[in-house]
Unconditional design. Structure first.
Length: 319
């Protein structure tokens, strides 16, 4: 790989990859929640769904997408990326989906075909970033897809690694750390911003402190630490976020509205309000969570920490 192609173009300076080779550790939930919380019409955010599962596109954001076609064509032929603008106010999306599963096959023949997926992706993404003037670009990645992950590690400026506190998730984090180090040795300008503990029990303070300290031991020497905020376990809210395609702020509002109408029904003597039919009287999906605000505040705090760490890294780079 030509190290010159890895010099960071200004346009890619705010690109953050969220990755862990282990599945189900919160990559997609964190990408879409942070994007939803940061994005405003005057503070634009781009989500790149680089996962063949397309969960960020179809489930969390509830967008039909192009099955990953445009991103695949950019990787393969360097074609311009198609961006779906304002899927929420200020939130743009490059859709993911099953067509991205072909990246592995492409890269195995790259030496013969002269294909350079990294150069293709960097050029296409830099062009989109320059046009969109994004405050932050968040890339969601799938579990295990090593060739695509390697290309993303050589495209991004920052890396955020979510993990659960179980051994398999922590091993996934260590596997990713090796890929990250290899990318850096090859001259990729990627920097680890931190590790986020996901699906954590906020009451298990001693256990959480131990896990965060173990994570910081793994990170020792990298200059990075775990994020102080962890994302609490809240299965009901997680189900709602995905099934109803809501961002955390949207869920907090929807849940408050539903609680209000439930209260009104109870006052009116309808005692079957807890039966949770498929949808409410006005056709909105029935929500399982009564109070998703604690989870939403975790994401809000994490969003602040992420932006602060980016600002600190940029100040360090200027100095
Ligand atoms: N706060 C939470 N508490 C409990 N479960 C959650 C929470 N947030 C999300 N989940 C659930 O955890 C599962 C994994 O989350 P998510 O899809 O974000 O992980 P992922 O790392 O992107 O997974 P994959 O590797 O398959 O892409 C999902 O079923 C999701 O609904
Ligand atoms: Mg995912």
């Amino acid at each position: 790989m030509n190290p010159e192609t890895l010099t960071q173009p200004t346009a890619l300076q705010r690109v953050v990859l969220v990755a862990n080779q282990k599945g189900g550790v919160g990559k997609t939930s964190i990408v879409t929640a942070l994007a939803g919380l940061i994005a405003r019409p005057d503070r634009r955010v781009l989500v790149v769904d680089a996962d063949p599962q397309g969960n960020a596109t179809a489930s969390d954001l509830g967008v039909e997408g192009d099955r990953g076609r445009s991103l695949m064509l950019s990787l393969q032929y360097g074609e311009p990326l198609q961006v779906q603008t304002d899927v929420r106010p200020g939130l743009d999306l490059v859709a993911g989906g099953p067509l991205l599963a072909q990246v592995g096959a492409l890269t195995t023949t790259a030496a013969q075909t002269g294909l350079d997926v990294v150069a293709n992706l960097r050029t296409a993404l830099a062009e989109v970033c320059a046009r969109g003037n994004y405050t932050v670009v968040l890339i969601d990645s799938g579990p295990g897809d090593a060739p695509l992950l390697d290309a993303l590690l050589r495209t991004t400026r920052y890396l955020v690694v979510p993990t659960k506190d179980d051994d398999a998730s922590l091993s996934g984090m260590e596997l990713l750390a090796l890929r990250y180090l290899r990318a850096r040795q090859e001259g990729a300008p990627v920097e680890l911003l931190g590790v986020v503990l996901f699906d954590a029990n906020p009451r298990a303070t001693a256990r959480n402190a131990q896990v965060l300290s173990d994570i910081d031991d793994v990170l020792a020497g990298s200059g990075a630490t775990s994020f102080p905020t962890m994302i609490r376990s809240d299965r009901a809210a997680a189900l709602d976020l995905r099934a109803a395609h809501l961002t955390p702020a949207e869920l907090v509002a929807a849940s408050a509205a539903q609680n209000k109408s439930r209260l009104a029904r109870l006052r009116g003597g309808k005692h079957r309000a807890d039966r949770k039919p498929e949808s409410t009287d006005n056709g909105e999906p029935r929500l399982w969570s009564r109070d998703p605000s604690a989870l939403a505040s975790d994401y809000q705090a994490l969003a602040r920490e992420l932006l602060t760490r980016i600002a600190t890294a940029e100040a360090g780079a200027r100095a």
